[in-house]
Ligand binder design. Structure first.
Ligand code: 5GP
Length: 122
């Protein structure tokens, strides 16, 4: 599939589309999903997408961004949201329900226990 040049996440980073921000640093922005599936449903994105339209396009040059997302931004959100348990989701590709082609991690949890498993509908 041909990813769009600019996604709505670029517009959110620029402030052209408003978001409910929960965390920001020099590398990442985290904001509440517009259609939350749990009490906490936060999206963590790199501010600069570069080649990271989706995770399968990651390479060694993206190690810093990926490490920062997982090692700094996600834990900061988990802490500020007071989550003891949560799910971290990356939908990688259209058949995995990726709709925005700017890498993002979903932090989902809080309120009630989550259901499992995801997968192919029966
Ligand atoms: P994906 O399906 O690509 O893994 O996740 C994209 C997410 O972006 C979806 O969960 C969707 O609800 C969310 N989303 C779509 N448009 C907007 C928007 O304008 N603002 C916010 N905050 N989230 C959005």
């Amino acid at each position: 599939e041909a990813p769009p040049e600019v996604t709505l996440f670029d517009k959110i980073v620029k402030g052209e589309i408003p978001c409910n921000k929960v965390y920001e640093d020099e590398v990442c922005l985290a904001f509440r999903d517009i259609a939350p599936v749990a009490k906490t449903h936060v999206l963590v994105i790199p501010k600069v997408r570069e080649g990271l339209t989706q995770l399968q396009h990651a390479s060694a040059e993206h190690k810093f961004i990926l490490g920062h997302m997982l090692g700094v931004a996600v834990p900061a959100v988990v802490k500020s949201e007071g989550l003891n348990s949560y799910r971290l989701v990356v939908n990688d590709g259209a058949d995995a329900c990726q709709t925005v082609f700017h890498l993002h991690m979903h932090i989902i949890g809080g309120g009630k226990p989550l259901s499992w498993p995801p997968g192919v509908p029966r």
